[in-house]
Design a protein around this ligand. Sequence first.
Ligand code: G3P
Ligand code: CA
Length: 280
Amino acid sequence: FLLIMSASAQFTYDLQGHRGARGLMPENTIPAMIKALDLGATTLELDLAVTKDGIVIVSHEPYMNPVICLTPEGNEIAAGDKSHNIYQMDFSEVVKYDCGSKFHSGFPKQVKFHVSKPKLLDLIDVVEKYVADMGLPKPNYNIEIKSSPDGDGTYHPAPKEFSDMVHKVLEGKLDWNRVNIQSFDFRVLQYMHQAYPKVTLAMLVETAAKPTEQLAELGFQPQIYSPYFIALNKETVDQLHQKGMKIIPWTVNTTDQMERLLEMGVDGIITDYPNLAPKR
Ligand code: G3P
Ligand code: CA
């Protein structure tokens, strides 16, 4: 009975661990993903960057963020310094940075330890083995492509190139029915839509106030609408459900806010704190 219980999903909605369980573990690391799974997350949300030698890694910024990373020598990086650029260093250099030991005032409950940014493929390997060993359900992956707004390729690959790289890395690795690609950059979504029509897409938007205009700007209907949660209301949820879309807001970090959104009928919740997600 216990085995059956542990292998079945605990939540009736899509509980997404933001950057893993960022509130509890250093973000976008393998331990953060494992923590999210232990808390019942059904989807792992993560962000990508690319190294100089073409390795797709998991990182919110395309550089070593001074807020979360220490240099290979263990030194602080000056606030605002973006010069430790991932796209300009090989993976062998990337792993020398410690992005888990530094106290994060935004997430005071994060367990702190030395950890580096992982390759996407290594993260997937560890996660898939972990769920198999533990008898947990296989998770889905909500994978964000962040490309530079001006597309100049200085800090990231350009949208099209980045999309091709990510598709190539994932093809044959995971079933596409367990993956969606998300982006704020409509060029990424537009390109993926025409180049890889089988891939599920989520449009990320900073406000839920203008869904009709946003969809018109995008130019096609993706499967998922993923807005910042604040301005989302039931009318928008109903309107997009009628079109056959799912609504999965970010980043919702209190139980009350999650309850309010679930009452509106959202299909999932992206949170730094899967431990605070209401059981329903
Ligand atoms: O998935 C949505 C959310 O991750 C977008 O915000 O900046 O945390 O990537 P950000
Ligand atoms: Ca993200």
